[in-house]
Design a protein around this ligand. Structure first.
Ligand code: SF4
Length: 277
């Protein structure tokens, strides 16, 4: 049985939502961190830890965190106040959700991402949001009005495979529906097909077709990078990188008019650690 730890430090108008995750209140020394990525100046992660529990996740090892604790969500109780203090005079590209999902289920309850976006909307930052959750549609009007873009992560269109590889994340069918909704609402949305794994072998065309059918205009594709990942677990599950699948996905998307970019070795580029506390 899972436990809900009430974060009594939060002074939020708590939205009731179905959520049975484990959370703990934490404080952060700073809200935004300089990013080592070439296309991003700053990063912001409203939560530490991530309930999605993806088997290919490299974040805990990269951050020197205990992987067995990664699904315990740290709710950064002071992040909104810190962000308000740090933003004046700063501008550039900021990515929300570089190492944890800002729209994981805890966000239904704690609203940190929504409140951070509210602060960011009054700043000079250009904002990108990375997520694997359809919860982002809750804030779509606000996101469109502030001119932010969304990168939705998809690794398979098979809900059964997703349940095994991304057990806590919303199913791909819900993510595809969310992309369709966002595109229809005029939100700038892209797809991150990352990582491409052997789990999609033989189904690359279906994946490309499903993504193209949402109406999205651009997709970023990345292979499975084994650095920092739990390779023993991947071996046990028979999951491996597949360059052939990467090529087939890229070709399938291009044939269907989706612009693509190969996002090679994301983790290698990620040289600066984000502040998770
Ligand atoms: S969504 Fe990202 S941060 Fe969360 S478990 Fe999956 S790979 Fe890790």
């Amino acid at each position: 049985m899972t436990t809900i730890i009430e974060c009594t430090l939060l002074d939020f108008d708590v939205e009731k939502g179905e959520w049975d995750g484990v959370a703990k209140p934490v404080t952060c020394r700073r809200a935004i961190s300089p990013s080592g990525l070439p296309f991003c100046d700053y990063s912001l992660n409203p939560y530490s830890g991530c309930e999605h529990g993806c088997v290919y996740c490299y974040a805990p090892r990269m951050m020197h965190r205990d992987p067995s604790e990664w699904r315990v969500v740290g709710v950064k109780t002071n992040i909104v106040e810190r962000l308000s203090r740090e933003l004046p005079g700063i501008k550039g590209r900021l990515i929300v959700g570089t190492v944890t999902d800002p729209y994981q289920y805890a966000e239904r309850r704690f609203l940190l991402t929504r409140r951070c976006l509210d602060v960011l909307s009054k700043s000079q930052m250009r904002v990108t949001i990375q997520t694997k959750s359809d919860l982002v549609t809750r804030d779509s009007t606000f996101i469109r009005e502030m001119g932010a873009d969304i990168h939705m992560g998809i690794t398979t269109i098979d809900d059964r495979i997703s349940k095994m590889t991304e057990p806590g994340a919303p199913l791909p069918s819900r993510r595809l529906a969310a992309i369709r909704t966002l595109v229809g609402e005029g939100v700038d949305v892209k797809v991150n097909i990352a990582p491409v794994m052997s789990t999609i072998s033989g189904h690359e065309t279906e994946l490309a077709e499903a993504i193209a059918d949402t109406g999205v205009g651009k997709a970023y594709v990345d292979g499975l990078n084994l650095r920092f990942t739990d390779t023993e677990r991947l071996d046990r599950m028979g999951i491996a990188p597949s360059d052939e699948s990467v090529t087939l996905v890229l070709d399938g998307l291009r044939e269907r008019g989706v612009k693509t970019e190969l996002f090679k070795e994301f983790v290698e580029l990620y040289s600066i650690k984000n502040d998770l506390q």
